[in-house]
Design a protein around this ligand. Structure first.
Ligand SMILES: [Zn+2]
Length: 222
């Protein structure tokens, strides 16, 4: 894996629509393999361990960009509440939110909207991507791994329900010491989407009235 370097870092005070505030330090990078403008937000006390017996591990969430959910509060997915929760939990624990510019599971914004249109005709979120000529999930976490290495982070607690994130980070040399589940945000508009994520994407979600997948990171095979 090619090494990336920190390009710029600046203070960025955050204020969310519910009034929650957090002090972030945002990083940009040189050398990210996919050429996209991904960001890392340092939150809370995220200083790296200073010695071998220092057991502190930063809490990390790789969050894939979702313009409709993150910015406009779309109820079709749970990205907005997940982002909001991640910022607060990382600010408490100390760590990094990695904001990854891979919209719509990597297929792009316009294709995501096309997939929504297919879903309105009864096709699930994964099959819709395939119907549009994409893979079910095209997200890569190699750039996220480059960012972590540039930040001096090689051991993480991973805030995610998605086993693919842990597997990919591990394959790029980031040790996932612990996987911390996120909350589940069900609305009338996103229940079927979340059930599909649990069933098709093997996300570890416990949904009311459904059978959430109980996939774990360790020992899983696909
Ligand atoms: Zn979303």
């Amino acid at each position: 894996m090619i090494a990336a370097t920190i390009r710029t870092q600046v203070e960025l005070p955050l204020r969310f629509t519910d009034g929650y505030t957090a002090d972030a330090r945002v990083f940009s990078f040189d050398g990210l393999v996919d050429g996209r403008e991904h960001l890392a937000f340092a939150l809370g006390d995220c200083t790296s361990p200073h010695s071998a017996d220092d057991r502190r591990v930063p809490l990390i969430r790789p969050h894939s960009e979702c313009l409709t959910g993150d910015v406009f509060g779309s109820q079709r997915c749970d990205c907005g509440p997940q982002l909001r929760e991640a910022v607060e939990r990382i600010a408490e624990a100390g760590g990094y939110l990695l904001y990854l510019r891979q919209e719509g599971r990597g297929i792009g914004l316009y294709s995501k909207l096309a997939a929504y249109a297919l879903q309105d005709d009864g096709i699930d979120t994964y099959d819709a991507n395939v119907a549009l000529g994409h893979a079910e999930d095209e997200r890569s976490y190699v750039a996220a791994s480059q960012m972590l290495h540039a930040l001096g982070v090689t051991r993480v607690a991973l805030l995610s329900n998605n086993p693919d994130k842990a597997r990919q980070l591990c394959s790029y040399g980031v040790t996932v010491v612990e996987q911390v589940p996120t909350g589940v945000y069900v609305s009338a508009a996103n229940q079927r989407y979340l059930e599909t994520k649990a069933r098709r994407g093997r996300h570890t979600l416990q949904l009311p009235g459904s059978v959430g997948s109980a996939a774990r990171v360790s020992g899983r095979t696909r």
